[in-house]
Design a protein around this ligand. Sequence first.
Ligand code: ADP
Ligand code: MG
Length: 259
Amino acid sequence: MATHFKIDGLKAAIEGKEILKGINLEIKGGEVHAIMGPNGTGKSTLASALMGHPKYEVTEGEVELNGEALLEMGVDERARAGLFLAMQYPSEITGVTNSDFLRSAINARREEGKEISLIKFIRQMEGKMKELEMNPEFMHRYLNEGFSGGEKKRNEILQMMMLDPKIVVLDEIDSGLDIDALRIVANGVNAMRSEERGFLIITHYQRLLNYITPDFVHVMMQGRIVKSGGPELAERLENEGYDWVKEELGIVDETVGQV
Ligand code: ADP
Ligand code: MG
């Protein structure tokens, strides 16, 4: 089935404060959507609410992934349904190696008795790590522990490649990357582009979008998508900042949206 992801009127709050004020977004297989916006506008909140982070309370709206009601699922079920989130700040887990983590994540998505064989898993992981120019020793390191910012981001992309999700949400995957790492990460994403998969790329800077050309660009401000367009919109934001969008829309009350 062709991937279809639909966010409908999504509102979410953190500790009683409404952050997302009605997000509407539709992503079809094969499409890359970028969300850009100033700091503090709710971009990461959107990612976390989609993934089911307990701190973020969804107060209204619906999210559908291939006809299934995502918001009614637990975090594990969402992942099994094909949602993948690369977090802005990936967590470190001591005592669990990178390879153990990935293998159980893959097997959790499979039926019992159909687990991936160890040999096949290692071969795949080695291949992907090579593509991402990661040192093979990272296989046996504890998950993200002591990884540099850039290493964590590559590791998120490694997980994405291994898990083969239907909808990929990347939250500031470009932050903290030097230009070589940025290119490697972007190549990893581009290699995963396919008709079966949709992407939501959240970024503060246009830079990443020089390497991953989006089909649609959305501007998020104060918990809403206030403007949508094509790749040219990202370029204009890079050159002119966000002020012209605010002026155009008459946004003055900056209760959310300030650094
Ligand atoms: P962005 O990713 O666009 O920079 P966020 O979604 O991280 O924005 O944050 C949106 C707003 O929610 C900000 O005002 C931020 O301070 C607040 N916020 C985000 N996460 C938390 C949290 N865990 N606890 C309290 N407030 C939060
Ligand atoms: Mg953020």
